[in-house]
Design a protein around this ligand. Sequence first.
Ligand code: EPZ
Length: 455
Amino acid sequence: MDLGRDDKLAELIISGDKPLCGEVTIGGRKNSAVAVIPATLLAAGTNTLSNLPAISDICTYNDILRHLGAVTQEPSNGVMRIDTSKATPEKSPPLEMVKAIRASYYLLGALLGRFGYARVGFPGGCNIGQRPIDQHLKGFKTLGAKVHTDHGEVVVEASGSRLQGAHIYLDVASVGATINIMLAAVLAEGTTVIENVAREPHIVDVASCLNSMGAKVVGAGTDTIKIHGVQEMQPTSHAIIPDEIEAATYAIAGAATRGDVTLINVVPKHLDAVTAKLGEAGIRVEENGDWVRIAAAKRPRAVSLKTLPYPGFPTDAMPPMMVLLSLAEGTSMVSEGVFENRFDHVEELQRMGTNVRVEGRTAVIEGVKRLHGTSVKATNLRAGAALVIAGLRAEGETVVSCIEHVDRGYEHFDKKIKALGADITRVQDGGDEEDSSDGPADDGDSGQVVSFSQS
Ligand code: EPZ
């Protein structure tokens, strides 16, 4: 699978100021996929997951599952088969794998749920704040698990033979904690009620996957989830929902380049907060069924926003949105309501000519008429996407380095952008150019022959 994840020193070279025009097909939701994959550990047998995005976080999880004894087939064309029959929590996954992604924390809930034990290193992920997991661990303890840390690893163990259903109130509407506690509770004895949960669309997706495995989860998508514990779960086949953050990124890129972009294979409702804000900025938005069209012939108007848990404006779309507002007519205010340190893309954007002042968790953006290309560095996933969008609009050439951050969460990013009319080239560490013009990379698997027990 071509993910670019080995392009440790890969760069994108962009010759800017060309409008993006055309259709782009949106892939599966990264943050759902990295929860559904570990969720398959809750049952023994062969699972088939589809509509998986071709991103390096999926590759990392493939490596982690194999380390736990699962038998997996390399994801191919968005499909991954996972036989968890021989999975075991005995060998904790290597720290370097666990620290490569944030979503490795889901291994705690899944392994604790199925085996009553898990030992996993603290997670990694984007550098956008402290990102504690205290709410996850509070949930596990309330379900009756003993929790301690040992040499940088979290160890969770059920006190008796099974976890006991409980009433849990989250201090923060945490996406990760909501899902992780669900994973631990589905096989617990009795009923679990989790209050003040996050309501992101992919939480509903994970719950529907768990229910397809025989779990009894109700209320996902509301602020209270109820789980009736079951004795055993079965393997499943599940298609991941579309990625509304990938969709938002291309919508904003279309608007920032004054283009005309149609997003295919989306759930328009999941994009409401973003398309509403684009409409306020004077961008034309049309939507129907499974597509959304974004057209922007003129300079956007300044608007203000605050990022909030769903259905508020998504924090993951904020860095790209700041690029559009940097080009708007007037002054915009952007408040980050989820993470305490998510403006590290501003410094690099300033080097391209933006006029932004950050005061704590608020950025004051004075719109400018033009940006100019230069060399910039991606510091995390969404910051990297924002820098690419800025390069697409800027006059002259922009080189975005450390593209491995972007490859974690955007499948074939340069190929999809090039197909929309951009002049963009991926360069490997040695300066060898990789043609971004051919279609999405061949997801053919490594030809590995894997025998699967029939489920
Ligand atoms: C998930 O992170 C996503 N990552 C993030 O996406 C996303 O930005 C975030 O949810 C919010 O939607 C994955 O799903 C892998 P949280 P997560 O727990 O679970 C605090 C991307 O770009 N908190 O909802 O870490 C926390 O510090 C990434 O795709 C606690 O205090 O987010 C933060 O301020 C970036 N204690 C807030 O809650 C906890 O135990 C929300 O965090 C957990 C969280």
